[in-house]
Design a protein around this ligand. Sequence first.
Ligand code: NI
Length: 177
Amino acid sequence: MSVTPIRLFGDPVLRTPAAPVVDFDAELRQLVADLTETMFEAGGAGLAAPQLGVGLRVFTWFVDGEVGHLVNPDVTPAGEETEEAPEGCLSIPGFRFDCRRHLHVAATGWNMHGEPVRIEGSHLLARAVQHETDHLDGVLFVDRLDDGARAAALAEIQQAEWAGMGAYTPVVKVSPH
Ligand code: NI
């Protein structure tokens, strides 16, 4: 496994719809391992393959102590309830904006061994699944904000110290002791 640089807002790969996985092979298992390790290192609740520059429909999540991954996901809202809460993205580091999401979702797909998987989640897990699936369609969470909030968010992001950098490699913050 290896920690892989995370692409930043502005990189065209984040705006490119990802292709379905066809081969459930060693390369896919390596991708899941890289996503998982990079997500842990960056302290994220989820990470999608396009964020590592890979245009495949795969993401990982880490919510409430549980780690998982999903290949070729198909996400369906469960019920009508929504929730607005602060959301962030490892490709837009340092920013959080209130974003409205479905409160409950069900997702089907495959694991890296090609076995069918079904996930049901609420709150943060539901939010992570929706956020990461958006990444696979070239959609970023700021796109989901209301017009006014989105314009304000984009203006803030343009001023980020990392704006225009392209990518960064997450590193564990080690205490001085
Ligand atoms: Ni994200």
